[in-house]
Design a protein around this ligand. Structure first.
Ligand code: ADP
Ligand code: MG
Length: 321
């Protein structure tokens, strides 16, 4: 049974000039890893601040772990770990000293806090840097320490704003995998915001696409893709090779022939790469057509529609309106 742990109803935040979050409705279930995905200025950070009771909604309702953060911000902070996009630590203190400090703020004894801090530093891969001042940490290490810091209070929910900002792609991937592993081990719900589509696609159970304060689609990648590409669910990519001296006519003739295949909806040619969208699986017919034209077929693959296609589709339709 899915059990709601974050509930937003008609949540709205209006600043003087602009509406940052516009009648947002969303339910996130216990144990889920949810990605709030959208470009800069979409309203992701504002939504997160409202979930934590750090800024007040103009209208609408929020509930986190059964608590209303507007009237009970302190109680919410006890259950929710928050990693802001610009997380900072006391630079003159070591990693472990920073965590002990957090533990003590959360009513642990120094001994309890030290034990837990050591455990967590190991879990996030910072055991070797535990006694190093955090002023010397890299951005990636700071994020790992941030995760350990958030876990010091055994949260039910972790909320992270752009957790991979400023980390190189490999480091970002490792960090996201770490978040997933730790949250699964401890059955923690995770809400993270990002504008990096591909990273989020790999780690989130569900994704919300957020544009100009509005959630324009929610679901897992498979259902978002199905919903969006119902009319042309098959996508084929072919890599071909033609002689440099063959004329452009050869290519446009090939395009015309491919478009005549029953089910082919669209053909894009980009140098020696063909992108074909179709309403049915036309892989064999595509291969035959290319070869019959005397053109070398070097590779042929069927591709699922990914998050990138989904993102562009929504953003394109958004900009048309
Ligand atoms: P994101 O985190 O998705 O980049 P934000 O939530 O930071 O988006 O911002 C959403 C919109 O609200 C933007 O247009 C931003 O300029 C505006 N905004 C954010 N914070 C404030 C503020 N304190 N005062 C006025 N406008 C703000
Ligand atoms: Mg932001």
């Amino acid at each position: 049974m899915s059990e709601p742990i974050i509930i937003l109803r008609e949540l709205t935040k209006q600043y003087d000039q602009a509406i940052a979050v516009d009648h947002l409705n969303l339910t996130i279930n216990k144990g889920e890893i949810f990605g709030l995905l959208g470009p800069n200025g979409a309203g992701k950070s504002t939504t997160i601040l409202m979930l934590l009771g750090l800024t007040e909604p103009t209208s609408g309702e929020v509930q986190v772990c059964g608590i209303d953060p507007v009237s009970h911000p302190v109680e919410v902070k006890r259950k929710v770990g928050y990693l802001p996009d610009n997380v900072r630590f006391y630079e003159d203190l070591t990693g472990i000293e920073n965590l002990i400090y957090t533990g003590q703020l959360n009513r642990m004894t120094k001994k309890q806090a030290r034990e837990k801090a050591l455990q967590l530093l190991t879990r996030v891969g910072l055991a070797d840097a535990a006694h190093q001042k955090t002023g010397t940490y890299s951005r990636g290490m700071i994020q790992r320490l941030g995760l350990a810091d958030v876990l010091m209070k055994d949260p039910e929910v972790i909320i992270m704003d752009e957790p991979t900002l400023g980390i190189d792609p490999t480091g970002a991937k490792d960090f996201l995998n770490l978040i997933v592993r730790l949250s699964r081990e401890d059955a923690i719900t995770v809400l993270l915001s990002s504008h990096y589509l591909l990273q989020v696609q790999e780690v989130c159970d569900r994704i919300g696409l957020f544009v100009k304060g509005k959630l324009i689609a929610v679901g897992d990648i498979a259902s978002l893709s199905q919903e969006l590409f119902a009319n042309e669910p098959f996508r084929i990519e072919a890599i071909i090779h033609w002689e440099r001296n063959s004329s452009w006519d050869t290519i446009s003739a090939l395009k015309q022939l491919l478009l005549q295949i029953n089910g082919v909806a669209k053909v894009d040619i980009e140098d020696e790469r063909l992108h074909i969208s179709a309403t049915q699986d036309v892989t064999a017919q595509v291969a035959r057509t290319i070869v019959m034209q005397g053109i070398d077929l070097l590779a042929l693959s069927k591709r699922e529609h990914g998050l990138e296609d989904i993102y562009h589709r929504y953003f394109e339709s958004e900009s048309i309106q």
